[in-house]
Design a protein around this ligand. Structure first.
Ligand SMILES: [Zn+2]
Length: 188
């Protein structure tokens, strides 16, 4: 994702995409050669008076065509988070096998183990573990799955309707972006 869109998401949703760090830590991170240019450029810029450190190690690892999708998703997550008093943040946002993968964590403990994996002493049978989540966690995770599904028909290049192309690298493109993509790579 480009610099402008990366910065816009961080400034509009700092609780989701920015984590606490010192100016020096941001400076060090901005020199990582494996980081995209956009991510390096935003590191250390100011957000609410604090230096910007991306919460996701590798920034937004997807095309700009998904900016609107991710922005809308972020609005929904922020609303739900406020309603339920939760504090989620993005740990990874990337394209994988053509569609969006949005991994999220919470700043609070959201799961309680109510049944460990193992032999249930009462039945003598193997019991799979069971976890109880705080209210709102499942709802927020459902938003992520919904956006991930939606990404399969949104061109990652420009945001127009697109379809999943599975020859070679999997990706979602509209006809125009796919033609451009093939032309650049000399594929016919
Ligand atoms: Zn396109």
């Amino acid at each position: 994702m480009n610099y402008e869109n990366t910065l816009a998401l961080c400034r509009d949703f700092p609780s989701l995409y920015v984590k606490e760090a010192t100016k020096e830590e941001c400076e060090r991170r901005s020199q990582c050669e494996f980081l995209s240019e956009a991510s390096r450029k935003v590191m250390g810029l100011s957000v609410n008076g604090e230096p910007l450190m991306l919460a996701m190690q590798w920034g937004f690892e997807c095309g700009d065509g998904w900016f609107d999708l991710i922005h809308r998703l972020s609005v929904d997550i922020a609303e739900h988070a406020q309603t339920y008093g939760l504090h989620p943040y993005a740990s990874q946002v990337k394209e994988k096998f053509g569609s969006l993968r949005f991994h999220m964590q919470f700043r609070e403990k959201v799961a309680t183990v109510i049944q460990e994996c193992g032999i249930d002493p009462q039945t003598g049978r193997w019991a799979n573990g069971e976890v109880e989540y705080l209210p709102g966690v499942k709802e927020i995770r459902a938003l992520l799955r919904h956006a991930e599904e939606a990404s399969a028909s949104i061109c990652e290049g420009c945001g127009a309707p697109g379809s999943l192309i599975t020859d070679g690298w999997h990706h979602v493109h509209c006809a125009q972006c796919e033609a451009e993509y093939r032309r650049k790579r000399g594929v016919t």
